[in-house]
Design a protein around this ligand. Structure first.
Ligand code: ADP
Ligand code: GLC
Length: 481
């Protein structure tokens, strides 16, 4: 039996701000439990709903010296769907109504988390062979494993993997501050280690010190080795190319199953989507005050509203698009400029556009079921889960050919009768509009062909099965067979 510990800042169903939580909450349960004991450790945020917090069981607590003070570290646990979750408790760090907010405070919070997590391990009766870290929040751990924790017998053999879900966020601050928060010596603050453009960079530390690096699609793994997508770390990533691989994300096929999904107005399968999807669409139109017309081409977006998601392209063509026979529904929250943009178009074209500016699991399920197409024109996209969910729900993705979107959506080819979606290459609003209009034309004028695209998409398998095997291979390679 090999012991694996996931160290992360969020996990479904406890706390989620993006796709990272979906991955951390669904990959461990797919890892083969016969050969791997895979557990997960996250902070015990006060914003985890009470329903979950009240179920957690006390495991242990201790006091740890951090930044010159003795700090409380509690460990709670809860077994969910066969996976044991640990929660690191410290109310002064993990209070607040969101997991992240203030950059400087977040840096301290997650440096503390990495220290607390590693310090707790010897008390848990669980010796990980490998710690699988995710994004900048936990990338101090691979550094600590080679430094502060390297001496003792317990930690010596522990390997580490760092998965990059989004290279945009790196945990950067001035060297003096990071040196204080990480409690690392001067040795680490040189350009080949944590120093980065005169500042210090936590993610960079993880990339330098982890035994292997993964990212969440093959294309993104190649892209980040180039300056355009490399966010200043492309050189380092090229240097570590041999230890870096892209493993595409899956989605939880139990949670995302149109046949059994309790959130839907009508459940459906591949055999009857032609009849049942329009019923879901009609119900959504009624609920959200759109013109009731189940035959109208409905485009959906379920997304964080940030620059990454290509929303400036959408803004550029929204008036033009709304001259067509379409409806547009968006569910998301984020940057105010985009929230207001969608509110404005909702006001201007109220029977065609519906802007739902909030976070709701239930509403997201209903959109995936109701829409004909799902738009993802991202500037960059490490993997993207929305398009995978859309495919499973018979909703045709319209995407920009980047990162995981490129790897998971096969562009429609009308001559060879192939493909599962529509795509465009350049970050250009009218190129995107042309792709949307091409989709409209197939939907309205060639319905049989459209339905075949849906069929092909629904047949694809984006469950975790094959990707979990790739992670297991990686674990075996690092730990030894
Ligand atoms: P990212 O992680 O960059 O935000 P992904 O496509 O990988 O993008 O994952 C986003 C996940 O969050 C998807 O499961 C999507 O359905 C969900 N999501 C995004 N915004 C909302 C929202 N406002 N309400 C409900 N779910 C949302
Ligand atoms: C990040 C990326 C997204 C990816 C998710 C899970 O949030 O933006 O593309 O799907 O992580 O790996």
């Amino acid at each position: 039996m090999k012991n694996i510990l996931f160290l992360a800042s969020e996990a479904v169903p406890f706390i989620k701000t993006g796709g990272l939580a979906d991955v951390v909450g669904s990959l461990p349960k797919t890892i083969d439990h016969e050969y791997y004991d895979c557990r997960v450790m996250i902070p015990k945020y006060l914003c985890i709903p009470w329903d979950w917090r009240e179920k957690m069981e006390y495991v242990t607590h201790f006091y740890m010296d951090y930044l010159g003070q003795s700090r409380y570290v509690g460990v709670m646990s809860y077994r969910y769907e066969g996976v044991l979750y640990y929660f690191i408790d410290n109310e002064s760090y993990f209070s607040g109504d969101r997991p992240y907010g203030d950059w400087l405070w977040d840096l301290e919070k997650f440096c503390f988390f990495c220290y607390a997590a590693l310090s707790a391990l010897p008390l848990l009766n669980f010796h990980p062979d490998l710690i699988h870290c995710h994004d900048w929040q936990t990338s101090l751990a691979p550094v600590l494993l080679k430094d502060r924790f390297a001496g003792g017998e317990f930690f010596r053999s522990i390997k580490s993997v760092l998965t990059i879900h989004n290279l945009k966020f790196q945990g950067i601050w001035d060297i003096k501050t990071i040196k204080r928060l990480t409690q690392l010596s001067d040795y680490y603050f040189t350009p080949d280690k944590l120093e980065y453009k005169k500042d210090a960079n936590l993610l960079k530390g993880g990339i330098v010190y982890a035994d292997a690096i993964t990212t969440v699609s093959e294309s993104y793994a190649k892209e980040i080795m180039m300056p355009f997508y490399g966010e200043g770390l492309d050189g380092l990533l090229r240097a570590r190319a041999w230890d870096t691989r892209g493993i595409v994300n899956g989605i939880d096929y139990e949670e995302w199953n149109p046949e059994t999904d309790p959130c839907l107005y009508r459940n459906y399968v591949q055999r009857n989507f032609r009849k049942e999807k329009p019923r879901n669409k009609r119900a959504l139109q009624e609920d959200w005050g759109l013109a009731v017309d189940p035959g109208c081409f409905m485009i959906g977006m379920v997304s964080r509203l940030t620059d990454q998601k290509g929303l400036d392209l959408v803004q550029c063509i929204m008036d033009e698009l709304c001259q067509d026979a379409i409806q547009f529904v968006v569910l998301g929250s984020g940057e105010e400029k985009y929230e207001n943009m969608f509110r404005y178009y909702d006001w201007k074209y109220h029977d065609k556009v519906s802007a739902q500016i909030y976070y709701s699991e239930e509403a997201s399920h209903r959109i995936y079921a109701a829409c004909d197409a799902c738009l993802m024109p991202s500037l960059f996209e490490p993997c993207g889960l929305s398009q995978l969910i859309a495919l499973r729900y018979g909703t045709v993705p319209i995407v920009r050919e980047t990162g995981g979107l490129r790897d998971t959506v096969e562009p429609y080819n009308e001559y060879e009768d192939r493909g599962t979606g529509f795509s465009f290459q350049n970050y250009n609003a009218h190129e995107m509009l042309a792709a949307i209009r091409y989709a409209e034309r197939i939907y309205y004028d060639h319905k049989r062909d459209w339905n075949k695209i849906v069929d092909r998409g629904m047949q694809k398998d984006f469950s975790w099965r094959s990707s979990a095997l790739k992670y297991q291979e990686l674990y075996d390679w690092l730990i030894g067979y």
